[in-house]
Every structure is written in structure tokens, then in C-alpha cells.
Design a binder for this molecule. Sequence first.
Ligand code: GUN
Ligand code: FE
Length: 444
Amino acid sequence: KVLQASFFSAQTPEQVDFEPAALIGIDPNGQIAQILTPADPAYTTVLQDAQEKNILQCLPPDEYLLPGFIDLHLHAPQWPQAGIALDKPLNAWLQDYTFPLEAQYQDPDFAQGSYQNLVQTLLANGTTTVLYFGTIDEAANLVLAAQCAQAGQRAFIGQVVMDNPEQTPAYYRNSSAESALESTRHFIDTLRERYGQTGLIQPVLTPRFVPSCSDAVLAGLGQLAQETGLLIQSHCSESDWEDNYVQERFGRSDTEVLKSFGLLTANSIMAHGTMLVDANLATFHQQKAALAHCPISNAYFGNAVLPVRKILQEKITVGLGTDISGGFTPSMYRNIQQAIISARMLEDGVDARQKASERGVKNSRITARQAFYMATVNGAQALHLNTGQIKTGYTADLQVVQDPLAKIASSDPAAIFERLMYQTTAQNIQTVFVKGQVVANHNQ
Ligand code: GUN
Ligand code: FE
């Protein structure tokens, strides 16, 4: 198939490339095989050839091709409570709302209805890859995997591990470290049998967070990480409560504890990190571990704004996550916007009673380009994927977005790009591709 499309693709955190009316050839394996610009000598021939073979799709002038977004942190079972009880502190929200909801996924019919709705919603919002937390129940996680496979979404799915009786309720916990590790191994094997070693659906090691896990289970998962080479996801230094809990239990920071159990490696994606201090960031850099920045969730549960610009400058891979349902929205656009807004509020400070010169943290703001880079390139890097950019040899995980103000607003590419970041809703997302296959189409 050949797309004729004007596209945006992040090149560096500062630079977004724009190519008008490019020809993008996608091979049967869903890889981008060729990109030609109108100046290219072969352009006309390839265009005519594609037309004759009836494999050409031309985007209208007000539509743009972008890489699909990569959501680096999302709790699939929490979708039915998106936006609920966000005024509660983290631990009360987990105990009183979240754990009871997650326990309901023992009912496979409930899981089926909820996961089907979620996966369709995410695709319609332009999210082509998700790093999911599931629940502790294998059957429900397999329902999620089946929904993703059926819909064609790229998915990394974690069977949640939580066995610490002091921090988890009896109705929703692994009965022992051994049984948790056994069920994780079983889930990995089943997923690999069904979807292969390198398919669209992959397992991830998922200790919920240090407070909900025993030492034995953390050690066992670290061992399993080494044996299998799988990705690892968890929460790290998310809030005052969580950060202090880990410090009190181990006498060390969350970062150091995760590292000591073999859970902070180049395969790790840790959510939040709002409480990370400089020494922790140095450890993240050393270990080549990635962060999932969840700016909407952090506004409720993070107790602080992540200094994302500083962390990007320190060459730590930071992607973006919705953190449904700590974050209320399935939209990565909405999280791009909040990442920019939160960073700006960090820079300007919030208390006008302070002198202007003493307010906020200087040089904290980020641009829409930087946020877009996180949602695409850094997400792909964290997951070791060849996606997130429109480039020859990359996988065609893409979204087509219509510019709702095209008729009345500036046609300068830089303005169009920023407008798309701020104005796009699911309404404007026309088509979504994963591996070159159409997985969502607004007009159908
Ligand atoms: N920490 C442990 N579990 C969770 C969760 O489900 N959501 C958030 N935001 N933080 C957590
Ligand atoms: Fe989370």
C-alpha cells in the first residue's frame, strides 16, 4: 500500500520534521519500506504505479499523518472508574475504590465488556501501543490480550503481583510469593503460546509497587527478569506516602530498593517518579531505566510536579502515560497538554504572595514538540520498539488526524503542528494503523 500524506514526525526533542505530500510505501509486513518527497525523481513514477495498481490512498489537504501514540502506563481494569474519587489520597483510593473494582475482573463477562470498550476507545484516540497493568487474575488478563489481538492493538500486558498482606486486602492478593511467581510464569507461557515470542502481544513482569509486594516476591521477579529478559513495569516514588513507606521499610529509597532486587534495568519502565531526588535520577540514568510520566494522575496523587525538562536533559528516557484511572482520560493528546501545563506551572510557581523572582523553578517549561517526542519516540525507546517515527525501516503504527481549523487558521506547518497537539480529539482522528493494518476508522 502507498499513502500520499503530509506528515509530522519527531526527529529530536526540539525538532519535528514536516514533509508535505510524501509518498509512504508500506510493505505487506507492515513496515515503512520507502518515503519519497515530491522533489524525488522517482516520485511521479511511484505515484502513477500505485494508482494503476489501486493501492494508493491520498489524504485530503486538511489531514495529516502522525506516528501512533505509545501509552507507557495504563491500568486496564480501572477504566470503569475513570474520573471517580480523585479527591481521595492514593492509599485510600486504592483500598476503597481500586482494589474492589479490580477484584470484579474475576468475572470473565465483566472483563470482556470492559476491556472491549477500553481497547476500542484507545485506538479511536490514536493510541497504537499500550503498556498495560492487568489484574492478578490470569483469565481476565487473557481476555485483555484477546481483545487487543482481535482489535489489532500492540500491547504489553502485565499480570499484577501483590502479595503483601499488610498493604493488600484478603479478597484481592496473591496468596503467597510462590503462587504469585508461579502464576506469573504460567501467564508468560500462555501468552507466548498464543501470540508467539515476537508478536503484537507481549507479557511484562509487573510488581504492582514495592508497598504491595513481599521481599520474596520482589526477589523472585528480579530473578525472572534476568532469566526471561522481559520488560518490567511498576510504580516508583509516586507520592509522599509511597516514597516514605519504602524508605521506612527498607531504610533506602524506592529506586535503590528496586535496583537491589534486579527490577531497575534497561528493560524497566517506572511510572510517576515525582519524588525522585538527584541521586535517584543518576541511578535511573546509570541503569538505563525509563520513566512513564503521567501528568494528569500526578496532579491528583503525585504530591509534586515532575521536573520533566530537567529529567529529559539528563538523558533519561521519559515517555508519557495516561495512568487510567489515576488519570481520567484515555487521550494521550490530553496528557501531552497537561505535561506542558504542569511544567509551565512548575516554572511560574503558584503563589502570587511570593515575589515574582522567587516563584517556581526556573527553566522548567517544555514545548509541544518535546511532549510529542515523549509520546512517540521515547515511548518506543522505552519498549525497544522500531516505531514512534515515520521513517524507512520503521513499523507503520500511524494515525491520520484532521485539522479542525484548517479553513480559518494559519497554514504554517509549525502552527498546524501545535494546533493538532491542542485541538485533536477522537472526533478528528480519521484512521489508525498498526503494522500497516487499519485498526480504527472514524467513518465506519
Ligand atoms: N500505586 C499502586 N497501584 C497504583 C494504581 O493502581 N494507580 C496509581 N496511580 N498508583 C498506584
Ligand atoms: Fe499507575
